[in-house]
Write a protein of this length. Structure first.
Length: 97
């Protein structure tokens, strides 16, 4: 399973319905599970991003489809970053010339 960091910020619509944010987070976790994605962590944050989640997904296509499905609801915009642990980074570095 690959790891992804998903950064999200509220849209205007999302801010208007901010009191529903915990329910939307629960729905996101359920949708992720249905698609074979594990939500390892989910946080509301201050600063540039309003939420950060750590996901494990079988591939980039799956996590991209999940992000697009959430985005089309109109409450958040997301930015997805592939993440590598130490072993993953060491494997990458072996390929560096």
């Amino acid at each position: 399973m690959a790891t992804y960091v998903v950064l999200a910020h509220f849209t205007d619509q999302g801010v208007r319905g901010v009191k529903d944010s915990p329910k939307r987070a629960a729905a996101f976790k359920a949708a992720a599970k249905k698609e074979g994605v594990t939500v390892k962590a989910f946080y509301w944050t201050l600063g540039r991003y309003d939420m950060v989640s750590i996901l494990e997904a079988p591939d980039a296509e799956t996590v991209t489809a999940l992000s697009l499905s959430v985005g089309k609801l109109g409450n958040v915009r997301t930015e997805t970053l592939p993440a590598f642990d130490n072993a993953g980074m060491e494997a990458i570095l072996k390929k560096v010339g």
